[in-house]
Design a protein around this ligand. Structure first.
Ligand code: NDP
Length: 493
């Protein structure tokens, strides 16, 4: 067992992998995760998992599958409920760890821990829900009903931007449905992953039911290529998602992909521009813009444009960028030096292509650390930044003459994750809900944010058309196979 990470002083944690119920040292190269606000601070150190540990993890998950499936959903739900309690007890230390390792502000980390606790409770409760549908039969002595069977061994590959919440969305229903799992988290947030795996293991998961392997993307590729893996749930970039799809689908295993977005918010002249600007800044800048659901384009219709500009500008000028642990920081750093380079380069390219900077905070961000300035650009829909996802606090304001044009612009990317519309006109709202290419349409609210019990997922390149995440019925659709049983009573001998 590792030293528990729940006492989060500023020390460096030495991490291990969870394989077959034991905390094991890695058998590959040495790696570390660092604090994006203070890159000299090493948060965690570990040796990555090599082939031997991967073999063992997959074998452990396979070995534990039969007994876990037989335990029943109520017993499995009890383990999740206990995990929720343990995570709630450790909430503050896990939130601090998250801010140190991922960079988001402490209030954002606390909110993520709280929602992850709720996610565990929600799926725990599903252990007592109806688990099939019955149908009438043409035969008088027959009952027809569906029954669910777990897939078997599931691989979960998760990103760094919600290092606890996304794993909770995936692992809680996967385990509740009776699957065992091998989880590979993002390299940037390995310590948070270990803290979560500790909670699940201590809650009483039998050995081998959850296995955690730390390592680079290639480890993820090797994991999903294993023929023993019966389903893969992934959140991350489009190219990696597509490579997983290509590796897994031919062998008939299931794949769930939650990928990028290029989310638009349409603002009509009839709304309060201050309220719309408040929601847009929250949607574009919270979590330093590192959300797949974040607002990337604002499309102001007609006279809404000129009225919206000062409202956006004043709010963005007032943002305070800094260490997420320190007051009054509202925007933390980006997750890595690479992310900072990508965002800075994308803004510079947009300026070269003719975009104009409308607003940046009055206060400069700290020099040390992976900080960038939140930026509102003004430009045309043909800009590269209006087509390619830039994972940072940057949003582009566009002008449309009519609602028709706004919808056309909003739909004019290969993505389809979220969209928002700000209007009090019900006809406008209904049209937007019907016509916007987005898996989530928000009305008079930020693009970001979703409820853990409602289906979540995108259209077009934002998702793979598998059952959606978060909602329990959708999760059960993904994490199980459904069978139909025709049940007749036998005649007593
Ligand atoms: P990636 O898609 O590269 O990483 C997501 C996860 O996949 C990580 O655990 C990663 O491991 C793993 N991975 C990487 N390569 C492979 C592979 N070939 N096979 C299997 N697993 C792999 O995203 P990044 O973190 O690099 O971010 C890049 C971009 O992706 C962002 O700028 C953003 O556009 C998008 N993104 C979208 C997210 C969303 O919520 N939809 C979340 C995060 C990113 P490792 O960390 O070790 O590389």
């Amino acid at each position: 067992m590792t030293e528990s990470l729940t006492t989060t002083a500023n020390e460096t944690a030495e991490l291990r992998h969870l394989v077959g119920g034991a905390w094991r040292a890695g058998d590959g190269a040495q790696r570390e995760s660092t604090n994006p606000a203070r890159p000299d601070e090493v948060v965690a150190r570990y040796r990555i998992a090599g082939d031997a540990l991967l073999d063992e993890a997959v074998a452990a998950a396979q070995g534990a599958a039969r007994e876990w499936a037989a335990a029943g959903a109520i017993a499995r739900g009890r383990v999740l409920r206990k995990a929720a309690g343990l995570l709630a007890e450790r909430a503050e230390s896990v939130a601090l760890l998250m801010t140190r390792e991922e960079g988001k502000t402490l209030p954002e980390s606390r909110a993520e821990v709280e929602l992850s606790v709720e996610t565990l409770h929600y799926h725990a409760g599903q252990g007592r829900s109806a688990d099939g549908v019955s149908y009438p039969s043409g035969h008088p002595d027959e009952l027809i009903r569906t029954v669910r069977r777990p897939l078997g061994v599931v691989a979960a590959i998760t990103p760094w931007n919600f290092p606890l919440q996304i794993p909770a969305w995936k692992l809680a229903p996967a385990l509740l449905c009776g699957n065992t799992a091998v989880w590979k988290p993002a390299s940037e947030t390995v310590a948070v992953a270990v803290a979560f795996a500790e909670v699940l293991a201590e809650a009483g998961l039998p050995d081998g039911v959850l296995n955690l392997l730390l390592g680079p993307g290639e480890l993820g590729a090797d994991l999903v290529a294993r023929p023993e893996i019966d389903g893969v749930t992934f959140t991350g970039s489009v190219p990696v998602g597509r490579s997983i799809q290509a590796a897994v689908l031919p062998r008939g295993a299931k794949v769930q992909l939650e990928l990028g977005g290029h989310n638009a918010a349409i603002v009509l002249p009839d709304v309060d521009k201050g309220e719309a600007a408040e929601a847009i800044v929250a949607g574009a800048m919270s979590s330093t813009g590192q959300k797949c659901t974040a607002t990337r384009r604002v499309i102001a219709v007609g006279e809404a444009y000129d009225a919206l500009v000062p409202e956006l500008v004043s709010r963005v000028r007032a943002l305070v960028v800094g260490d997420g642990c320190a007051e009054p920081s509202r925007i933390g750093p980006l997750v890595s030096a690479r992310a900072r380079e990508e965002v800075t380069a994308a803004v510079a390219q947009a300026e070269r292509e003719g975009a104009r900077v409308l607003a940046r905070p009055d206060q400069r961000p700290p020099e040390n650390g992976h900080f960038v300035e939140p930026t509102v650009l003004e430009g045309e829909t043909g800009l590269t930044i209006c087509q390619e996802e830039v994972f940072g606090p940057v949003v582009t304001l566009l002008r449309a003459d009519s609602l028709d044009e706004a919808i056309e612009i909003a739909n004019g990317t290969r993505f389809g994750l979220t969209a928002a519309v700000f209007s009090c006109d019900e006809r406008v709202v209904r049209r937007c809900v019907a016509e916007l290419d987005a898996g989530l349409v928000k009305v008079n609210a930020p693009n970001t944010g979703s409820e853990l019990h409602a289906p979540f997922g995108g259209l077009k390149e934002s998702s793979f058309p598998a059952p959606r995440e978060q909602n329990a019925e959708s999760s059960a659709e993904f994490f199980t196979w459904s069978k139909t049983a025709y049940l007749r009573t036998g005649t007593p001998a």
